[in-house]
Structures are given as structure tokens and as C-alpha cells.
Ligand binder design. Structure first.
Ligand code: SAM
Length: 272
């Protein structure tokens, strides 16, 4: 585990070209979130320019068949940000990446069963507004250099609901696993005290990173990078999946110290 304290714009250029198979990260979203050190309040243009700078470095350190899973959410006051960031990285005269897949990280869902019962699961921050509904999802944009990176679709798959499909479709090879699709219901763990158990305003769940590792399909050989490490969620996923190499970069030394603590006491159970 290589956990580095500093600005990823300074540190990324020190990392070797094509030295990572997988990047999973969640940058600051420029939504005015109250981070310890980082000021999350740039102008839209400055923010997008800044994102292009670190994304250029990410591209440089990615192997040609690497995957970059970019997690971004929006806010009612800033609903276009994920799309603007995506366009900044994939559009224009010199696109950095091709958008290969769009995943939806579902934090909370309500499902009506056949008997009419409604079951709800998962945590989210409620929005108190007559205009806006609760926001229960974020994007995970899957960006690659070529748009043609093969994935282990069934590595992150689920069993067939209707088992007759296993013999009906030739591509199953007799295996009871199908591609899960692009809606990933991955709830946050239930916690009692945010200050003690999750002292950071904008984390993603360990299960989200584990899912990215599975679908990229390189197993324990995966060399994983997270340049906006926060309190080390992706490092915990790398540890739980016994990856050969992990590098994380975080500006704030307190968040990094929490990441070190989490690695010493890995979670017993993780929902996803
Ligand atoms: C959305 S949070 C990531 C949270 C992380 N996924 C987790 O689960 O803990 C973004 C993080 O980027 C950090 N950050 C902001 N600017 C940075 C920079 N230039 N270099 C490295 N880290 C930075 C912030 O301190 C914040 O912890």
C-alpha cells in the first residue's frame, strides 16, 4: 500500500507511465462541500480546467487497456456538473477518454413486490424542498483510452432469476451468472456516529470499488490508483481483494491518517 500525502497534481507526474490497470476515484465535485483542507468552491471554468489537468495525468499513468471509473454526483443547485465534467474529458478537439459505460450507483431504492408490499433499502441525504426530489444516485463513468477494453461482465455478475435461461442461451456456457447491468445498488453501511465511523463528508462505499475491481477483471494482479483517496475507501477495497498494488493520494493529512487506521482494522462485513 502506497498512501501519499499531497496534491495529486504534484504527485501524479512522479508516477510511472502506464503503471496502473485501474483508477477508481471520486474527485471533489465543486459543490461547496466542507472538506478539511480543500476549498470546493471554484468557478465552473476553473473547476473544469483543473479536472482536465489531473485527468491528463491519470491518462498518462494508465496502461492502454486500463479502466478509469470516475464517480460524480450532482446537487439540485448544480445539476449539470456531471455532464459538463464528462464532456470536458471526452469531447472537443483533444478528448482524453472515450466513455465506454455509464453506471448508476443507486444508494437507495424502493421496490414493490408482487404482493404489493413496498420494500425500501439504503441510506441517502434527504432533500427538503418543494421542487426537488431526493437524490438517491450518483454516476460512475467508465472511461478508457480506446473504448474497447474487455471487461469481466460476469465477474461482477448475478445469478439468473429464471434458471431456464442458463440452458436457453448458448453464451451462458452452462454457468448460472449473468451480467448485472449498469444499475449498481450499493448502500452505505449503517453507522451510529459519523464523526467516529466515517469522518469525511463525501465517501463512497467499499463495495463500489470492489465492483469496479471485479468488472475490470484483472483480479489480484490489478494495480489500482485513487488520486483523491479521502479516508481510504478504495485502499480498504484493495486490501480486502488482496490486490498486488495500490497507490492513493490525499491532500489532507487528517483524512490520510484515518485511511491508515481503517487499513489496520478492516471491516468485518460490507454490504453490496
Ligand atoms: C470526494 S472526496 C473522496 C472520498 C473517498 N472516495 C472516500 O471514500 O473516502 C475527495 C477528496 O479529494 C481530496 N482532495 C482535494 N484536492 C486534492 C488534490 N489536489 N490532491 C489530492 N487530494 C485532493 C479532498 O481532501 C477529499 O478528501
Amino acid at each position: 500500500m502506497n498512501l501519499l500525502n499531497g496534491d495529486c497534481l504534484q504527485i501524479l507526474p512522479t508516477l510511472g507511465e502506464q503503471s496502473f490497470d485501474l483508477v477508481v476515484t471520486s474527485p471533489p465535485y465543486n459543490l461547496g462541500i466542507d472538506y478539511n483542507t480543500f476549498k470546493d468552491t471554484a468557478s465552473r471554468t476553473d473547476f473544469l480546467d483543473w479536472c482536465r489537468s489531473w485527468a491528463t495525468e491519470i491518462r498518462r499513468v494508465m496502461a492502454d487497456d486500463a479502466s478509469f471509473f470516475l464517480n460524480v454526483g450532482a446537487a439540485p443547485a448544480n445539476p449539470l456538473m456531471p455532464y459538463q465534467l464528462l464532456l470536458a474529458l471526452t469531447d472537443g478537439p483533444s478528448p482524453l477518454f472515450i466513455l465506454q459505460n455509464t453506471f448508476h450507483w443507486i444508494k437507495s431504492i424502493s421496490v414493490e413486490t408482487r404482493s404489493g408490499e413496498i420494500i425500501s433499502a439504503g441510506h441517502f441525504k434527504p432533500i427538503n424542498s418543494p421542487r426537488f426530489v431526493n437524490d438517491c444516485h450518483e454516476f460512475v463513468f467508465h472511461l478508457t483510452k480506446s473504448g474497447k477494453v474487455p471487461l469481466d461482465r460476469r465477474g461482477a455478475g448475478v445469478p439468473y432469476q429464471d434458471k431456464s435461461n442458463i440452458s436457453r442461451w448458448g453464451h451462458t456456457g452452462g454457468v448460472d451468472k449473468r451480467c448485472r447491468g449498469n444499475t449498481w445498488f450499493i448502500p452505505y453501511d449503517t453507522i451510529q456516529s459519523r464523526d467516529q465511523e466515517r469522518p469525511h463528508p463525501a465517501t463512497f462505499p467499499v463495495g463500489l470499488v470492489e465492483q469496479c475491481i471485479r468488472i475490470h477483471g484483472k483480479g489480484e494482479a490489478t494495480r489500482l490508483l485513487d488520486p483523491f483517496l479521502g479516508i481510504g475507501t478504495s485502499a480498504v477495497a484493495a486490501q480486502s481483494m488482496k490486490l498486488s498494488h495500490f497507490t492513493g493520494i490525499e491532500l489532507d493529512s487528517y483524512y490520510l491518517s484515518v485511511a491508515h487506521d481503517r487499513l489496520k482494522t478492516p471491516p468485518q462485513t460490507e454490504l453490496f
